[in-house]
Design a protein around this ligand. Sequence first.
Ligand code: NAD
Length: 260
Amino acid sequence: MTKKRTALVTGSTSGIGKAIAERFAKDGADVILSGFGDAGEIEADRAALEKTAGVKVGYSGADLTDADAIAGMMDMARADFGGVDILVNNAGIQHVSPIEDFPVGKWDLIIALNLTAAFHTIRLAMPHMKAKGWGRIINTASAHALVASPYKSAYVAAKHGIAGLTKTVGLEGAEHGVRCNAICPGYVFTPLVEGQIADTAKSRGMTEEDVKRDVLLAAQPTKEFVTAEQVAAMAAFLISPDGDQINGTMMQIDGGWVAH
Ligand code: NAD
């Protein structure tokens, strides 16, 4: 990274977001972590990253299903870091259930976090990016932004929505030096997927081992999980000068899943 940039990575206390934040910090960006978890562990991780990477690392515990909390996080980014140059909308949750039993509250929560939160962070980050004539927005979408699976109505709807948002923002930012792309991973072994294995086993009456082999990796032709570090490497490429002309895309990293 040639210039000093600030990256806000939502949902970076765990899984894919954590790997992206660590990669960006190691590549020289100041980083703002976000997400939930044990306060002591988060502070230990934050301090360790700041020390090992030699960059400034902040943290926001904002609940991203709440528009006011998002505004507060973006205010903090402006006050403490001078604004967000690289925005990664990554925080996300899943719920697996047949649509007729899908809890209404879960639908609302998934749409709020997996889709609406990205609208808020982008609308609040865009003025700074346009003023600077440079900005990079990466939305962690999913193979489920491109294809569906049963029992994941809210997640698939939100991720397809993120695909549309990504293309729209890519067009709006194009002449202002702002790029917006989505990364579409297949299955990455993170706490989110661990939870899904248990839920899917319950809803389909299967063992967890059978779910891993016959449901998750059945869709993924390589029969291997993607690693969080591989997703982070794709994000690092997108913010590098080599990624300058990549805009409005859905970048798959799914072992061939969407090729079916
Ligand atoms: P994870 O559960 O490991 O991490 C989710 C992060 O989001 C955590 O930091 C958590 O604290 C944060 N979070 C949850 N609710 C929040 C809220 N209300 N406000 C703020 N932060 C909140 O999940 P992951 O597997 O790393 O997933 C990250 C993203 O990648 C998600 O958008 C997910 O849909 C997407 N994705 C994951 C996979 C996979 O296989 N793991 C595949 C494709 C896409």
